[in-house]
Design a protein around this ligand. Structure first.
Ligand code: NAD
Length: 333
């Protein structure tokens, strides 16, 4: 009988991790998941799920106890602007995520894991290249000289180097993607760690027609948003590539002002709401994914329309609000 390929997903309790496990199961992998918490919105599809703290070296040695065919390192102390850009969580973000990465990369190397995926972020790109909302620069090589606008971004950059150092010195087969704002059903939508698409879906679903929602900043800042299904395609293509390891952007290049994002969701909801602009944590003025490299190396780029993804996400969040469903969001402290 043919042996199943084995995969470990670190961060299986999170948004992208839980979706990735479903994908790997559909492809026929035997999958182990590990996280501080179970996925909050659907039961895990992993064959084996370990609740544990990846900052703990002993736990990591127990989880990475074999030469997995593939390890996906998605676990991180992270959230949207309300978590990353307030400055209040910087020490925890850096310390927690760096410890996870230090433990995971070492264990992968010693256990001779065959391929390791590391999830970096568009937040590594220099602030000074993203001041113009209409013309941000995010080509992969523009990461240097480095100047991310958050400690979250600095930690991601450090960990990119960490994984690449293990590739250079120990021939660990490492793949690195820089995700740009991934969204979709079963993502965090309440509690302070949610990102803009989910936050606006929630606010708009909760608002009565003709009333008002609040938005941080003037809404002219731009972003692009990647639907989860296309994120998974990008991850798997990078892992299956014969020799391309990145770092590479996995993101959409459909850039929209945040005002337009909110208006698109209002259109889906069939509501007419006033936007009240208030002060809040913002991040850079403009960002979208430069897909030149991914097209060249993987012969692919995301093409799904933002509107389609927003529809699915809005209906999912709206249904949860209508059902008044409560969740345990887990804890990282
Ligand atoms: P998420 O917060 O939903 O998932 C991360 C998971 O890591 C959580 O379930 C959390 O419990 C787990 N975790 C945190 N600390 C842990 C610990 N000490 N031990 C075990 N598990 C721990 O985030 P996501 O959106 O699924 O993102 C996955 C990865 O992709 C993260 O590394 C994130 O930084 C990166 N990323 C995501 C986006 C995005 O838009 N979602 C953008 C750029 C980069």
């Amino acid at each position: 009988m043919r042996k199943l390929k084995t995969a470990l997903v670190c961060g299986d309790g999170g948004f992208i991790g839980a979706h990735l496990v479903k994908q790997l199961k559909m492809e026929g992998f035997w999958v182990r998941g590990v996280d501080l918490k179970y996925p909050p919105f659907a039961s895990t599809k992993a064959d084996d799920f370990i609740i544990g703290d990846l900052r703990d070296k002993d736990l990591v040695w127990n989880v990475i106890d074999q030469n997995f065919d593939e390890v996906y390192q998605l676990a991180a102390d992270m959230g949207g602007a309300g978590f990353i850009f307030t400055g209040n969580n910087d020490a925890d973000i850096m310390h927690n995520s760096a410890l996870i990465n230090l433990n995971v990369v070492k264990a992968c190397c010693v256990r001779k894991v065959k391929k390791v995926f590391y999830s970096s972020s568009a937040c590594i790109y220099p602030e000074h290249n993203q001041m113009n909302p209409n013309d941000p620069l995010t080509s992969e090589e523009s990461a240097y000289p480095a100047n991310p606008d958050s400690e979250y971004g600095w930690e991601k950059l450090f960990s990119e180097h960490l994984f690449l150092a293990f590739k250079k010195n120990y021939e660990l087969d490492v793949r690195i993607a820089r995700f740009h704002n991934v969204f979709g059903p079963e993502g965090t939508w309440i509690g302070g760690r949610e990102k803009a698409p989910a936050a606006f879906c929630r606010k708009i679903a909760e608002a009565e027609d003709g009333t008002m929602i609040e938005m941080w900043g003037n809404g002219n800042q731009t972003r692009s948003f990647l639907y989860i299904d296309e994120c998974l395609i990008g991850i798997r293509k990078l892992m299956d590539s014969a020799d391309f390891f990145g770092p590479v952007n996995i993101g959409s290049n459909e850039m929209v002002p945040i005002n337009q994002l909110a208006e698109m969701i209002m259109g889906i909801a069939g509501k007419n709401l006033e936007i009240k602009h208030i002060e809040g944590p913002l991040g850079v003025q403009g960002r979208t994914s430069d897909n030149t490299l991914i097209k060249k190396k993987l012969n692919w780029e995301p093409t799904a329309s933002l509107k389609d993804g927003l529809e699915k996400t809005y209906y999912w969040i709206n249904a949860r609000i209508q059902d008044n469903v409560n969740h345990d969001y887990g804890s990282i402290n």
